[in-house]
Ligand binder design. Structure first.
Ligand SMILES: *Cc1c(COP(=O)(O)O)cnc(C)c1O
Length: 365
């Protein structure tokens, strides 16, 4: 079996051991080191570590001081955490359809969802390619909206040379399968001194100094044990991303021009960090997406469906007044056609060949 993802954090052993031996295992100097490295990757002055990516999103929305009924416009084609974070922060979610070329929120569709209660625009940089920030950032500015980037899948990606997490408040996940991992973890990046200050206090029970409480805060802290796992990966992030990029190029070379298969695009002005390599199994393919997935699994090719439905299309959200469903035809189609193939840095040339051959065989190409 060629797995869809491989977690290799063995090179963190010396740092993790250092933390274990120190006896100081909760938030401390390793977290600070990870934050500094992350701020540098995102090209911003502040990075605030938290305990997971969902928390990063929740804390960022909380920092904006919304009122009940205030709305966040986001994409319907994302991991459920994006929506859950909006709800946990007490806001209302609206959805703007995606574009078919980058699978990210469509600036034209966003404009149609903005109303008097809209306070936040939350694009998701899906699969490792940034949304169209060249249009979304000015749109947010024009309407006075805060910009929160769900950059969980896009550490190191750029748009017009600017990194993910530098346009608005950047929210990253360091979950086990993400491009950089601390097992569980999250990071928030910002250029705004006041937001950074709020987040540092809010993550630690609202405490600025010992027993000096400034707000009803939370425990959103990361531990030094977790931070130690992530530090070596950030040090070699460029190599790891380059390996993903080479793998994606090899796959696209082998898979282009097949009837029924659309390979992913890297749009001009953007760099892609290939969290996922996601193809569309289009309606002229000899099999549908689910059959395609089953046949690949049979042949030992790991694969994943991210995501099988639009995010609000589940019973648990149906009667929630804070979830305002809308017509999203592009996202609905893509959810039916999308399939991700292995692109992780551990793939060998032979495995890439095997993947290409298997896909061609299943599609009769
Ligand atoms: C992984 C992910 C999250 C949530 O991060 P966790 O660390 O799992 O809490 C949020 N949004 C997107 C798009 C993700 O892929």
């Amino acid at each position: 079996m060629i797995p869809i993802t491989v977690v290799d954090v063995r090179d963190a052993e010396p740092l993790v051991t250092e933390v274990l031996k120190s006896g100081a295992i909760a938030q401390g100097p390793m977290v600070k080191r990870l934050e500094e490295a992350f701020a540098s990757v995102a090209g911003v002055p502040h990075a605030i570590a938290v305990n997971n990516g969902t928390t990063a999103l929740v804390a960022s929305i909380q920092a904006l001081d919304l009122q009940p009924g205030d709305e966040v416009v986001t994409t319907p084609f994302t991991f459920v955490a994006t929506l859950n974070a909006i709800l946990e922060a007490g806001a209302t979610a609206r959805f703007a359809d995606i574009r078919a070329d980058d699978f990210c929120i469509d600036p034209d569709a966003v404009a149609a969802q903005i109303g008097p209660r809209t306070k936040v625009l939350m694009p998701v940089h899906l699969y490792g390619q940034m949304a169209d920030m060249g249009r979304l950032a000015p749109l947010a500015k024009e309407h006075g909206l805060a910009l929160v980037e769900d950059a969980a899948q896009a550490v190191g990606a750029t748009f017009d040379g600017r990194p993910a997490g530098s346009y608005g408040i950047g929210c990253f996940s360091l979950y086990a399968t993400k491009n950089v991992t601390t097992a569980e973890g999250g990071m928030i990046t910002t250029s705004d001194d006041a937001i950074a200050d709020y987040l540092r206090v809010s993550r630690n029970q609202g405490m600025r100094a010992r027993y000096q409480y400034e707000m009803a805060g939370h425990n959103y802290r990361m531990t030094d044990l977790h931070a130690a796992v992530g530090i070596p990966q950030l040090e070699k992030l460029e190599q790891l991303t380059e390996a993903r990029r080479r793998n994606a190029e090899t796959l696209s070379k082998g898979l282009s021009g097949i009837t029924g298969l659309q390979v992913p695009e890297v749009l001009p002005g953007r760099t892609h960090v290939w969290h996922q390599y996601t193809v569309l199994v289009t309606d002229d393919a000899p099999v549908d997406r689910d059959e395609f997935a089953a046949k690949l699994t049979e042949k030992g090719i790991g694969n994943g469906i991210y995501y099988p439905k639009v995010v609000f299309d589940y019973d648990c959200y149906r009667d929630n007044p804070n979830v305002i469903a809308s017509d999203v035809p592009v996202a609905t189609r893509v959810a039916r056609q999308a399939l991700s193939l292995p692109v992780h840095p551990k793939l060998t040339d032979a495995e890439l060949d095997t993947i290409v051959s298997a896909v061609r065989e299943v599609l009769g190409a």
